[in-house]
Design a binder for this molecule. Sequence first.
Ligand SMILES: NC(=O)c1ccc[n+]([C@@H]2O[C@H](COP(=O)([O-])OP(=O)(O)OC[C@H]3O[C@@H](n4cnc5c(N)ncnc54)[C@H](OP(=O)(O)O)[C@@H]3O)[C@@H](O)[C@H]2O)c1
Length: 279
Amino acid sequence: MKVIVTGGKGLLGTSIVPVLRGYFDCAVYDIDEWDITSELAGKKMFDLHHPDVLVNLAAMTDVDGCEDKAALAERSNVEGPAVLAGLCSAFRAKLVHISTDYVFDGEKNSPYREGDEPRPQSVYGRTKLAGERKILERDINSTIIRTEWLYGPGGTSFVDRIVAIARTRGHASVVNDQQGSPTYAGDLALPLVRIIERDLTGIYHVSNNGSCTWYDFAKAIFSILRMNVEVIPISSAELGRKARRPSYSVFDLSKLRRDTGIEMRNWMDALEDYLTRAP
Ligand SMILES: NC(=O)c1ccc[n+]([C@@H]2O[C@H](COP(=O)([O-])OP(=O)(O)OC[C@H]3O[C@@H](n4cnc5c(N)ncnc54)[C@H](OP(=O)(O)O)[C@@H]3O)[C@@H](O)[C@H]2O)c1
């Protein structure tokens, strides 16, 4: 099966592409070679590869940056998916698109299911939701995978940032009023493979199991790395980031479990494995 991956050289792509290559014939691109907002570039790539599946990882992912650059966020996160949906329709390819927990407002206090009403609180969340809708409103074979709190070797994530802060300052102030599920980027690979192989459609929530706050996440990182760091719990208001984040965005993973048979591992097991594995 021929698979094209767009935005494939970022955090998520770096971890999942090597696994995808074990199952499919993959061509991987990023913005330097293929801007997904360009219909012309897309058509050339579809003419070249004739893919069965397009996996879109491309997005403007700087959540606070999106607040200042809403037009740019709109292009990559809304127009880009719309262009890809048009191409997949014309070439009869399946479109698998990655989205985010930030489509939710965080007001729920039990795990979010795929059918729960989204109500984004930020430009990033709003544009990612609009991107989902551009795809779902087309009559094409498509799957939306929402994920959250990613880390991995392919980009700068919370894990790298908090370790760097602790190394310079010896302490770290970390938000303790947002709860979610830290997710190792590589753990998305198998769900993605199953979704493609079984030709599943619609929305799927995919994250590591269990949940914590960013404060708990930081404590776990320092504990695994045996770093003696004072971790100070603070509120989102104290941190004062530009974009509002959901205070609760844990996913219900039962649809994934039912349709793929995959039981995602606990976030702490994945984190320990990632931090202690030889590079
Ligand atoms: N990271 C997370 O915690 C997280 C959580 C939930 C969902 N997601 C979703 O997961 C997907 C992958 O995220 P990631 O963390 O791997 O992000 P990433 O590291 O920023 O990778 C995304 C890649 O897409 C590229 N890109 C941006 N606009 C593009 C365009 N118009 N055309 C082609 N490529 C473009 C980026 O290039 P530049 O770097 O030059 O912009 C980057 O290389 C995204 O859809 C994101 O919304 C991520």
